[in-house]
Ligand binder design. Sequence first.
Ligand SMILES: [Ca+2]
Ligand SMILES: [Ca+2]
Length: 498
Amino acid sequence: MSPFLCLFYLGLSATLITLTHAAPQSLRGIDPEKLSLYTPKAYCLRTKERIPSSRINDGYCDCVDGSDEPGTSACSHMDQEAKHFYCPNVGHIPALLYSSQVDDGVCDCCDGSDEALRYSSLCRNTCATEAVKHDAEKVQREQQRLLGLTARELLVSRAKEIRVQKEAELVSNKTVAVALHEEIVSLEEARRTEEALESIEREKIYQRSLKQKAIHDAKFSEEKKKDGKGEEADAETMPMVKPLPCVGWRQSGSCIPDEMDFPEESSCDTLIVPLAQGSCECEDPTLEEIFVYFPFECGHPALTCAKVCRYQGLPKVAETDQDRVKEYLELQYFKIDDGSSYERPSAKAAREALKIKESEKREIDRKVSEIEAQLAQVYGPGDSFLALRDECFLLETSNNEYTYRLCMFKNIVQKNQRTGTEAILGKWKAFGEREYSSWGGGADFSVGNYSDGGRCWSGPTRSTTVHHVCGPTNAVLEVKEPSMCTYSMTFQTPAVCE
Ligand SMILES: [Ca+2]
Ligand SMILES: [Ca+2]
């Protein structure tokens, strides 16, 4: 074809389309119910802006809500949520399409009207087949519904039994709780009596200990004196030597690590106890080095460096004597027993008996609150969901990758069949909410919300919306993850059949 001819045809087809769209009478895609709004004085449906009727379906978008172009895709870029194209679908159910679905080469209406202009031979009219299929599905759904209703009756009567049983359980638990409370009161009284006797015993222990402390203190100071005297006695047997001037005591270690805090240096007159290890430092001006050291190991007699320097040492420096160190310690660090660790057997038994009963009472109280919470929950018309309480339902995915477990009013768990790891997809929160409900309570029993599940790698916690659909059996039909970590589960149950 010559370029001229080509341009000619292009120009012609553009004119034809413009002409077709320009006809203000074009009623393509207009919902018959809204027909009166388009003629004779047209205006934009949502914004109410008045426009000449010639602008309807003229192929140019005039209304910001896109309503002037129900029969073309000219406004597909405007309000993308609005469905303006009406398929009559004669013989089946009329449908509304988005503007973008008009003349896009995809058959969306069963009568093919959405593609009738541009791709006139593209779509077959399948409305009759669709209608047959739809009717068959409707019949099947109705059968399911009727079966569901029968099954629901069973749930309702089961729920009645459960409620009666739970209420009886509540009463009996409350009775036990009252009895336990009374037992606890008398056990507390018994414990008080026993503990009064016990505290007398404890006081006796304390007084005895105080006396012992006094005895120990006396003995300790005796010991110290004796050590001092020993030194004096030794002095008598010392050979006469030149007395050296004393510099002081240099501590090199404690005989009881971490327990005693000796000053590192002490004066010449400080009494050095057997628990200190170190040496007396004396001066000898005749020596080149001047300083002379006399070392003492743990367990040495009590001494003063003044005397050690005077006699140039003690004649019998004791070897490390652990027993002596221990005895010395015991004397010096005798701890007073205030008696608090003493347990009178009968007081101990009274405390334990009380503890057991208190623990039993806590368990019963827990059960009471649990049952009360269970009974306070709403379970839909006829209490039907109560029959499913504490029940779990499984779904294995067709590719055997995951198993899903829905435990009603508890949680939803996804198990990886290969690794065995489990993730909680949500914990029971509540039924859905609706503004108006014929069942009362504002609850939408067709939805169960489970949230605060396991945390995802990327941060948010997992949550699942369970859609309850009517059916003759209880079964998890499908699980999807429409957005990351947010799941959607379809659960078939007679509980929602109406
Ligand atoms: Ca227009
Ligand atoms: Ca289409």
